[in-house]
Design a protein around this ligand. Structure first.
Ligand code: AHG
Ligand code: MN
Ligand code: MN
Length: 313
């Protein structure tokens, strides 16, 4: 640990912090490369065209939707990092094999721009990243060696864990990420809730659970962006995000590999919990890249209560 929790540490940058945590050189390099890529993503988000993929701009040039562009920015960086074996992204249909016989490689699953439809209305969006040792990406999330997200809000922040605490960095005017919060800890019980999906498609158990949360005085806090919604719950240390099974969508909406596993890893490492209503998100054995699951994620007691309501109904 490099400082007292809750104090500011503007002098500690991401690379120095990773080294202080005893992270091996290849993983330090990989995480710092993703942080570098995020600088180009935020530039695209802030100034890029709000077009849709496949259209062309004033000059007849191909215009890329921001999520496709963000995917290319991050993928290129990963390919040239020299430490990546396989890549899976929400924007690619198949696993992209970088190389298969590299010493000490990592594999990366990521959502390059989560909440991309929110860019049009100028709300916060983010990049979510999951890292495994070796070449296998279809493993339970508990085997992740690192997870992180970058939040593109009024400020840009980066939150990572390598299994030893969860730490927040904030981008300064030189676009460097400096430590702003170390060892973030969640409280056992929360006071905000973020419910995704259409409420009239909720099950009876989920309806009762929402009424329980409201009765205990929890406030509604939902932006429609998974990264800012989770960031709020994590940094305030008290709350629950859910995207349950819906009538007609028994697996909810969010994807295990690109969204749920990395967020579950971060929240668990901060002392919270994440469940699909039956088992921890991190114990799901993924069968495919596009696998989805219902999710209840946040303060441990709230997640336990959500699971109880599921089982009772
Ligand atoms: P993406 O933009 O990568 O497709 O994901 C958007 C996700 C996530 O950010 C958010 O939590 C959820 O969709 C919101 O869905 P609803 O609008 O159905 O609540
Ligand atoms: Mn997404
Ligand atoms: Mn996306």
């Amino acid at each position: 640990m490099l400082g007292e929790p809750g104090k500011s540490h503007f002098q500690i940058d991401l690379r120095r912090h990773l080294r202080g945590e005893g992270v091996d050189d290849a993983l330090v390099h990989l995480i710092c490369e993703i942080a570098e890529a995020s600088k180009y993503v935020i530039n695209a988000v802030r100034t890029g065209d709000l077009g849709v993929a496949g259209t062309s701009n004033l000059y007849g040039e191909e215009q890329l939707a921001l999520d496709v562009l963000s995917d290319r920015i991050i993928r290129k960086r990963l390919i040239h990092s020299g430490v990546v074996c396989n890549i899976a992204s929400e924007e690619m249909e198949e696993i992209f094999q970088v190389r298969s016989n590299l010493k000490g490689p990592y594999s990366v699953a990521y959502d390059p721009l989560d909440g991309s439809s929110l860019v049009d209305v100028n709300l916060a969006v983010g990049t979510i990243v999951s890292i495994y040792a070796g070449c296998d990406l279809l493993q339970p999330g508990r085997r992740q060696v690192a997870a992180m997200y970058i939040l593109y809000g009024p400020r840009v922040s980066l939150v990572y864990s390598v299994g030893k605490g969860v730490h927040e960095f904030t981008m300064n005017h030189l676009m460097e990420f400096n430590l702003t919060r170390e060892n973030i800890i969640m409280q056992p019980s929360g006071s905000i809730y973020s419910p995704g999906g259409l409420r009239n498609k909720y099950s009876e158990g989920d309806e009762k659970f929402i009424r329980y949360l409201e009765a205990k005085g929890a406030k509604l806090r939902y932006s429609g962006g998974f990264v800012p919604d989770i960031n709020q719950i994590l940094l305030k240390g008290k709350g629950l995000f859910m995207y349950p099974a819906l009538n007609g969508s028994p697996n909810g909406k969010l994807r295990v590999l690109f969204e749920l596993n990395p967020m579950a890893y971060l929240i668990e490492n901060a002392g919270g919990a994440a469940s699909n209503g039956r088992i921890p998100i991190l114990d799901i054995v993924p069968e495919g890249l596009d696998q989805r699951a219902p999710v209840y994620i946040g303060c441990t007691e709230d997640v336990e209560r959500a699971v109880e309501y599921q089982q009772e109904n």
